[in-house]
Write a protein that binds this ligand. Sequence first.
Ligand code: BJW
Length: 236
Amino acid sequence: MAHSFERIVILTGAGLSAESGLSTFRDKDGIWSKVRIEDVATPEAFMRDPQGVLDFYNGRRNNSGGVEPNAAHAALARLEAGHPGEVLTVTQNIDPLHERAGTTNLIHMHGEIVKALCNHCGGREPYDRDLSADDVCRQCGNRGGLRPDVVWFGEMPYQMERIYAALSRCDLFISIGTSGNVYPAAGFVAEARGAGARTVELNLEPSEGISHFDEAIHGKATEIVPVYVEKLLNGG
Ligand code: BJW
């Protein structure tokens, strides 16, 4: 009988949403070829130029509103629904496409573009409008501290304890659409492998972490993820 896994952890990155029309970061025409990380994705950038940073994310929020989950998001939701064991999806993506495809056991480790975070009180709220540098927080009433609820360089990603606990118990780790440049996410494969999990990469091209994977399938997410998921759901 084919091997079946009990506890699966899936890590996803920008490549998963690329075919929905959202830009990746480090590909040739990616986001970091157009803006500098130091200007938009650090707490220092926000202190220096709050409205500039808010405008960048307002554009990203507006962009993600009209896009739809693709066949790879849908396949991962089918895996969660149909797999008899546990499936935890950890995404680095700030877009809402996993949940819109139906995934529920989901961690947005780099935050969510559809929420705002108050620098004054730490409160979070759903936010689908443009943020401006003099908006007032509905929870504490302070003006000027609202920012997108996203994790910038130098900030701690969300729910790390829960993620490491799942990595230490999983028997299959699947990394999809991520270049393996950004830590701590880039270290998850080594963590899972160290705990005895089988490690699989599904990506357009070999990632930085390729040597840590037991198996790699390279191609477009919408083509390779559904095929891989069907195989898993059929016990292999
Ligand atoms: C396809 C495809 C298709 C394309 N089908 N595939 C040295 C100095 C300073 C800091 C550090 C340092 N060394 C390590 C650090 C820490 C730092 C870090 O990792 N830096 C590295 C760059 C070196 N990390 C952090 O700061 C993190 N926090 C942290 O470590 O906390 C601990 C701590 C706190 C305080 C003090 C000390 C320690 C936080 C990282 C936050 C990352 N934030 C961003 C922005 C989020 C908001 C936003 O979206 O704007 O997250 S950066 C950006 O990169 C975004 C992504 O989630 C993340 C990962 O990118 P991803 O998803 O891998 O995208 P790409 O573009 O890189 O890759 C896409 C892949 O898809 C490619 O391989 C394509 O081939 C593929 N692809 N089309 C399938 N159709």
